[in-house]
Design a protein around this ligand. Sequence first.
Ligand SMILES: [Zn+2]
Length: 338
Amino acid sequence: MIRQAVLEYDHAEDALERLDELIAGRQVHVLRGSHGYPVVERLLPSIEAYPGTLFAGECTDQEADRVDLDGADVLIAVGGGKLVDTAKLIAVRNGVPLIVIPTLASNCAAFTPLSVVYRDDGGYDRYDVFRVVIERVIVDDRVIHSSPYDYYRTGVIDTVAKFYEARYLSGDTSDDAGVDAGLALSKQCHRLLALELTETAFRSYGEETRYAVDHVLAIGGAVGGFGDAGTRVAIAHAVHNALSQFETTHAFLHGDKVGFGLLVQESLHRSPDVAVLQAWLERVGAPTTLETLGLDEVDIPKLVEAVVKETTLQQLPEPIDYDYLKIIFENLQKTVYR
Ligand SMILES: [Zn+2]
C-alpha cells in the first residue's frame, strides 16, 4: 500500500511566519520540546499565547494519554523525532489534524504515518502505522540552521541508508509501481554521499545543505511511504537494534549505529561499495569499528544472535549467513588489521 501523511511541506527562510494564517482562528494546542522550542518562540513570540504541554521526552502510550487537548481543533508539534511520533499518536487518538515544526534535521518522523512506541520502562514496544493528517511540515531555515550539527550529520547517514536498505530488499527496479517509486526516491537519498558533510557547510546553509535537509526530513520518509515493505528497513537497522542492547552504544546517536550497520549489511551482500562507505563514515566522524562502539571480541556471539533475531522479526527475503556474519564482525572489531 502507498501511504503518505503530509499535505504540505514548507521549507523556507520565513516558513514560521505563515503559521497564524494556517491556524486561521482554530483552537490550538502545542506540544513543546524542551530544546528546540525556545528557538521557535524567539522567532514567533505569538506561539506563546497558545495553550500547550511540555513533552516528557519519550513516545509512550502513557505520554500520549497524558496530553489533554481540551477541545483543541489542531495540534502543533514543536520538537524532535520522539516528540513528533508522540504528537502523531495524540492527533490520531483525538481525531485532530497535526502541524509539525521540526527543530532538528535528524529524522523523517514528520513525513511518515507511523510512530515508534516505547514501553514505560524505556524498552522498545512496537511501531504503529495509522492514518494521520499532517497539514503542514514547517521547516524554517533559522530553526534548522541553529540546531545541533551532530543530529543533522547522523540524520544524513540514516537517510543514505534508505538507499542501501531499499536496494537490499528490492534490487534496482521493481514491477510494483509503489516500490519502484520508493527505489527512485532512495537513489536521490544516495546522492547525499557526494555532498559536503561538515559543520561549516551546515551552518552556511547553502543549496547542498537545503537539498540534504529536504531528504532527511521529507524524501527519506516518502521512500517507505511509497515502497512499504519493499523499501523499508533491512539489515543496517537490524544491526542498529542489536547494538542498542549494549549499554556502551547508548552514547551514540541513531544514525551512527545505522551507519555501522550499513557496513555490515553491504559486507554480507559482498557489495563493492563497502570501501566507499567505510571511507565516507570515517571522514564524517562516524564509528566504523566495534571497539569504538565500546564492544569487545567476547561480545560478538551475543551480537550475532541479536542481529539474527532482529532479521527474523523483519521477515527479510533471504536468511542470514550466521558464520559469515560472525567473520564480518570480527573484521570490524578493530582497525589495526588493515
Ligand atoms: Zn533509521
